[in-house]
Design a protein around this ligand. Sequence first.
Ligand SMILES: Cc1ncc(COP(=O)(O)O)c(C=O)c1O
Length: 366
Amino acid sequence: MPQLDLAMQYAAIGAEIRTAVEQVMASQQFVLGREGTALEQEIDKLCGVAHGVGLASGTDALILALRACGVKAGDEVLLPPFTFVATGSAVSALGAKPVFVDIRPDTYNMDPAELARRVTPRTRAIIVVHLYGLPADMAPILAFAKTRKLPVIEDNAQAIGASYKGRPTGSLADAGCLSFYPTKNLSAYGDAGMVVTNSAEIAARVRTLRNHGQSAKYLSSEPGWNSRLDEIQAAILRVKLRHLSNWQRARQSLAAEYNRLFSQFPGVMPPLAPDGFEHVYHQYTIRSEQRDALHKFLSERKIGSTVYYPYPLHLQPLYSALGHRAGNFPHSERAAQEVLSLPMYPELRKEQIARVVETIAEFLKC
Ligand SMILES: Cc1ncc(COP(=O)(O)O)c(C=O)c1O
C-alpha cells in the first residue's frame, strides 16, 4: 500500500483531464490565457479572496508575495523551522534572513507565544505555515503582527480548502501562497502555484513581477522574472477543482477512522485538530518515540510511510552560517525525530486503514 496513490485518481478522472488538455492544445494558447484566468477566479472563490495570481510554483508564490510585501535584502522574516525547505529558501532568495520561531508540539505549527522572543527591529514580515493541512493559530499571530505593523504571509501550500474559525486559509492574512505540486491536495501534472490576497496592491505587484516586471507590454518598471502559470496546468487544475470538496471530505472521513482506531491504544499520538481549526489532512501524521523502527517495520510489511521532515531548517547545511545548534528549537527537533505520515489519499479504503493500524499495534507489542 503506497503512502500516496495518484494512479487511482487518474484512473477515475483521466477522461476529463484528457479532454481539458486536448482543448488547450486545440486553442494553441499556452500561457496567460482563459484557463489561467478562470482558475484564478475559481480559486478566489474557494479561498474567499478578491484576487488570485497564477504562478509557476508555490516557491515563486512565496518569493513574489514577500517582494510584494516589501521584503528586501538584509531584512529578517519570522518563520517556523519545521516546514519544507522552500518556506526558508524563498526568504533567502531575496537576500533576507530567516529567523526561526519554534512550533507547538501538539499542532506542529508556529507557536504564537514565541514571536516576541524572536522579533527584532529588522523584522519585516512573518510567514505562517499551515503544516500537513492544519491551520496555524492565526488570531494571536495576527494580533502580534498588528502591534508591530508586520505583514503576514500564509504558506498555504499544504492546506488548500482548510478553514480557521470559519474562514478559509489563504484569506486570513495579507497574502496566501498555494502550491499545486503533484502531491498536493489540489495538484497539477507538473509545477504550478498561486498567490491569493484581498489586497489589490499586492495582487497587481505579483501580476507584474510574474511577467518580467512589465507594467505594459514590453515596458518594465522593475526587475521581475518569468513565473507564469501555463494553460495546460490551469486546465488540469480546473478539472480537479471540481472534485476537491469530495476528496477533502474523503480525507476527513479517513482521518476520523484512523483516529477512532488509534484511540484504542496509547503509544502513538494522532494528529490534533482543535475546535474551529478545520484540518484537510494533506498528511495524516502520527508521532512515536520509536519512529525510525516503526517506519522500517511498516516498510517491511509493504506499507508506505514518509517522514515530513527529518531535518528542521535551522539544522540544515543550507543555514549553517546562521550558527544554530541542536537544542535551539527543541519542539521542531523532537518533531523531526518522531513524526511519521501514514497512507492518506481520497481513494484509500477503510479496510486498508484497519490494516495499517493493526500493523502498528503489532509493532507496539513487539
Ligand atoms: C510548506 C510548503 N511550502 C512551500 C512549498 C513549495 O511549493 P512548490 O513545490 O510548488 O514550489 C511546498 C511544497 O512543495 C510546501 O509543502
